[in-house]
Write a protein that binds this ligand. Structure first.
Ligand SMILES: *Cc1c(COP(=O)(O)O)cnc(C)c1O
Length: 392
């Protein structure tokens, strides 16, 4: 019989009753150290008191009006994002997928309004993930996501990841945009080099191509800067944000320059819930905390510590682990002889939560405010999990 919840997820036999910072607690009081943070969503930990206060205060006043009216929280959050990024303007969504949809629409509308309606192609990369809508799966491609769902939205050119020459060769008279994750998340924690991102930005400038960054997973302080592309010293024209920006409350956004957004005039896009007072109340608090340079300095300090301790772990368990990928608190442990799924499962037994990714990698995406003691605890629990994998 089909379960009453549509079985599209392979769920672990775990459920939680409450959370406290980096910890998830089951009904019977067992505490799990959460190094997945809801896949980089609970950026400030579970039940963060500042976020709970922001949400409950707003909840007592007003939940929803409509984008037919001014929404002060939305305006304030947009102002904060614009003040802290390349962007001139922001549209709020409820998810990363919806951000992908708007990014695609915005790029095509841009060229339509510029009198070049043939420029509809968007160059994307194998192993990417942009969400599960028909547009987002067409953008990312890959059999696993698209098989059986055709016909797919046309206009996406899928290139192997990381090959700059292929990118140069693929940009032509019909190219609207290049869309990429500065650090690929689901696809196995793979970062474009700073030099490659610079070269892609230059190519876009020379050809007028719009550059779209998907920072749904790698953004919002995850890498130790507010957005991952800041490390490379380049900016996109359009950027997708979600996951961490709501700290666990559904919120996403598309940020854009005035020029890139110029086709999106009144009536061209909308959302009933996007940018609602509740989500934006939380988003404002998240932005206040994460955009603080002192907070980001702490993320970098903790990230260096975690990475150093993980190197020790990899050296101790060569049959299980063979290397570390990623940046900041977006790290991937490459598994060697072991399967990443077995390592994640062994972690359930030692009460530490990690997230599998492609290429036999396990992802560590802890809350950005994880403490030094919790990092030590994480290493201890991962060490015991690895020992379990070695001695099945
Ligand atoms: C999770 C994710 C998305 C999709 O976000 P949803 O909120 O699940 O719709 C898009 N892009 C990247 C890079 C992601 O990690």
């Amino acid at each position: 019989m089909t379960p009453t919840v549509l079985p599209t997820y392979n769920r672990a036999p775990l459920s939680f009753d409450k959370g406290e910072g980096a910890w998830l607690v089951t009904e019977d009081g067992t505490r799990y150290l959460d190094l997945g943070a809801g896949i980089a969503v609970n950026a400030l930990g579970h039940a963060n008191p500042d976020l709970v206060a922001a949400l409950t205060e707003q909840a007592g006043k007003l939940w929803h009006t409509s984008n037919l009216y001014q929404i002060p929280n939305q305006q304030k959050l947009a102002d904060m994002l614009v003040a802290n990024t390349f962007a001139d303007t922001v549209f709020f969504t409820n998810s990363g997928t919806e951000a992908a949809e708007l990014a695609i629409k915005m790029a095509r509308k841009y060229w339509y309004e510029k009198g070049a309606p043939e420029r509809i192609e968007i160059i994307t990369f194998e192993g990417s993930f942009h969400g599960r809508s028909t547009g987002a799966i067409a953008a990312a491609g890959g059999d696993k996501m698209v098989k059986g769902f055709g016909p797919l939205m046309p206009g996406f050119i899928h290139l192997p990841w990381g090959d700059l020459d292929l990118v140069k060769g693929a940009v032509g008279p019909n190219t609207a945009a290049i869309l990429l994750e500065p650090i690929i998340g689901e696809g196995g924690i793979k970062a474009w080099s700073d030099a490659d991102l610079k070269a892609i930005r230059k190519l876009c400038d020379e050809t007028g191509t719009l550059l779209i960054f998907d920072e749904v997973q790698c953004g919002m302080g995850r890498t130790g800067r507010l957005f991952a592309h800041e490390w490379a010293g380049v900016t996109p024209d359009i950027m997708m944000v979600a996951k961490g920006i709501g700290g666990g409350f559904p919120l996403g956004a598309v940020l854009a320059t005035e020029d890139a957004a110029s086709g999106m005039v009144a009536g061209t896009h909308g959302s009933t819930y996007g940018g609602n007072p509740l989500a934006c109340a939380v988003g404002i608090k998240v932005m206040e905390i994460i955009s603080d340079p002192d907070f980001l300095a702490e993320v970098n300090r903790k990230a260096a510590l975690l990475r150093q301790r993980l190197e020790g772990l990899v050296a101790t368990h060569p049959d299980v682990f063979k290397g570390i990928r990623g940046q900041g608190l977006m790290l991937g442990l490459e598994c060697s002889k072991a399967s990443n799924l077995d390592v994640v499962k062994a972690g359930y037994a030692t009460h530490v939560l990690t997230v599998p990714a492609a290429e036999n990698v396990i992802r560590l995406l802890p809350p950005l405010n994880i403490t030094e003691e919790e990092i030590a605890e994480a290493i201890d629990r991962l060490d015991r999990a690895a020992t379990k994998v070695e001695n099945p």
